[in-house]
Write a protein that binds this ligand. Structure first.
Ligand code: CUA
Length: 160
């Protein structure tokens, strides 16, 4: 079989790229232990407020510089535990975020951080993030959810 020179080059290039990609994914998954955010925890979207995690939304200290942040999303609001919709987090704190929605799909993005989740009715979305830089961050909904979509936001203050 006669193969053109360029064909050989591209087959080599394609295979090498695939190999590098699979190696990186393998190292990331098996050596560094990275995995996609879990969405295996389910609840009834109609009774979110009765769930132990979401009875009192907001920030709770659970350890040494470690916090649990729970937020209930609904059209078109994030319940963060206070009417001002401001969450104060000490700089450097490790925060376990848990959130869910009581109605339709909402987004959960803390702009400027790696926190970016989709909130689906019936599922608890979780993400752990360490807030390394002080400043004001905005929690926004990035999934179109209706006429008030653009009004859905809350503020996160990372303080020294
Ligand atoms: Cu909630 Cu868009």
């Amino acid at each position: 079989m006669n193969m053109h020179k360029y064909e050989k080059i591209w087959i080599f290039f394609g295979s090498a790229t695939l190999l590098v990609f699979l190696t990186l994914v393998g190292i990331s998954a098996f050596y560094m232990g990275n995995k996609p955010p879990s969405c295996a925890v389910t609840l009834d979207p109609e009774t979110v407020r009765e769930h132990t995690l979401f009875k009192e939304p907001g920030l709770k200290e659970i350890g040494d510089n470690e916090y649990q942040l729970t937020i209930v999303a609904s059209a078109f609001d994030y319940d963060v535990g206070n009417p001002e919709k401001v969450i104060e987090i000490p700089k450097g704190a490790k925060v376990h975020v848990s959130s869910t929605t009581t109605d339709v799909i909402h987004g959960f993005e803390i702009a400027g951080t790696n926190v970016n989740m989709m909130l689906e009715p019936g599922y608890i979305s979780t993400y752990t993030n360490t807030f390394k830089n002080a400043g004001t961050y905005t929690l926004v909904c990035n999934e179109y959810c209706g006429v008030g979509h653009h009004l859905m936001s809350a503020t996160i203050e990372v303080v020294e």
